[in-house]
Design a protein around this ligand. Structure first.
Ligand SMILES: *Cc1c(COP(=O)(O)O)cnc(C)c1O
Length: 299
């Protein structure tokens, strides 16, 4: 881990809407950190990997759904930093592009029924009791280590922003950003765009991890019906955005985040002159599972 991945760039994007509303919008390109150890998944893994290396564990065991960006990031990071890896996948055995690439990086896959999947520590204890090298990494990395990794994004920033906008699944990344802001002691406001119908849970989760809730706003009106749910409006937004900027977004996380940001700007949510940073949390391999949806748009 003495071989850090690089700080991702911040770049400004330009749309007529931003001129009309007199706001400037930048993107923190965490999608460029690495093609597979991407975005917030790298930040969330980092201190787990350092810990595993420190206590001389050689085998990473972690968990995820069949399209998990976290499994993919762990598979690649394991290969890059000299670990073996096992991915415990939720549900019946399947094949898809994400899992194919996980296997290319040498990850062994074990499928676990949804009902059994819930207790991850139990799965780990029963299946890897004999493996002294095995190191448990929770889905998405463990709480405090993951938050610490995500908080470091703030210290990389080249300027101070009035607002930071970020996609929010479990809320770990947002909790990390808040922690970073608290350390930096800026007035920045964090906007969490919830991609699931779990706003209440996130609120409880954030309370657990941060003390400055007055610097966060949760936006739950951009989940498009729930996790991985999409519609034509979202897909065509993603397509137009890609055409105008050369930047890809995925329909599960960053597409909803950016759609929400545009809508908030449209509705004059931000003061004139605001400087806004959108976090590109990466995870673009998720697009591979969406080829049917995007191809259907051409008809
Ligand atoms: C996992 C993921 C998220 C959600 O992160 P949380 O810390 O769970 O809120 C956001 N964006 C992308 C691209 C992801 O892969």
């Amino acid at each position: 881990m003495t071989d850090p991945l690089f700080d991702s760039p911040e770049e400004e994007i330009h749309f007529d809407l931003f001129n009309v509303k007199n706001v400037s919008v930048f993107i923190k390109r965490d999608d460029m950190i690495h093609p597979f150890i991407s975005g917030n998944k790298w930040r969330k893994l980092k201190y787990n990997l350092i810990e595993a290396q420190f206590i001389e564990k050689k085998h990473l065991v972690t968990f995820g759904g069949p399209y998990s960006n976290h499994l993919l990031a762990t598979a690649c990071a394991a290969a890059k930093f000299g670990f073996k890896s096992t991915g415990i996948v939720r549900g019946e055995p399947v094949e898809n592009q994400t899992l194919m690439i996980c296997k290319l990086f040498g990850m062994k896959l074990q499928f676990v029924k949804r009902t059994d999947y819930r207790d991850k520590q139990l799965i780990f204890n029963s299946r890897f009791a004999d493996d002294a090298d095995a190191y448990f990494i929770n889905e998405g990395g463990s709480g405090n280590d993951a938050i610490k990794g995500c908080s470091e994004l703030i210290s990389e920033l080249k300027q101070t922003y009035d607002h930071i906008v970020c996609a929010c699944g479990t809320g770990t990344t947002v909790a990390g950003l808040l922690q970073g802001i608290q350390l930096a002691q800026t007035y920045t406001m964090v906007h969490a765009i919830s991609v699931l119908k779990n706003a209440a849970e996130i609120e409880i989760g954030l309370e657990k991890f941060t003390k400055n809730l007055c610097q966060v706003r949760l936006h739950s009106e951009y989940n498009f019906g729930g996790y991985a749910k999409t519609n034509f409006q979202l897909l065509s937004f993603i397509k137009d955005f890609a055409v105008s900027t050369g930047i890809l977004l995925d329909p599960v996380y960053t597409g909803k985040m950016m759609f929400g940001l545009f809508d908030l700007i449209e509705k004059d949510y931000f003061l004139q002159g605001s400087k806004i940073l959108a976090i590109h949390t990466g995870g673009l391999m998720g697009l591979l599972g969406m080829s049917k949806e995007f191809n259907a748009m051409d008809n």
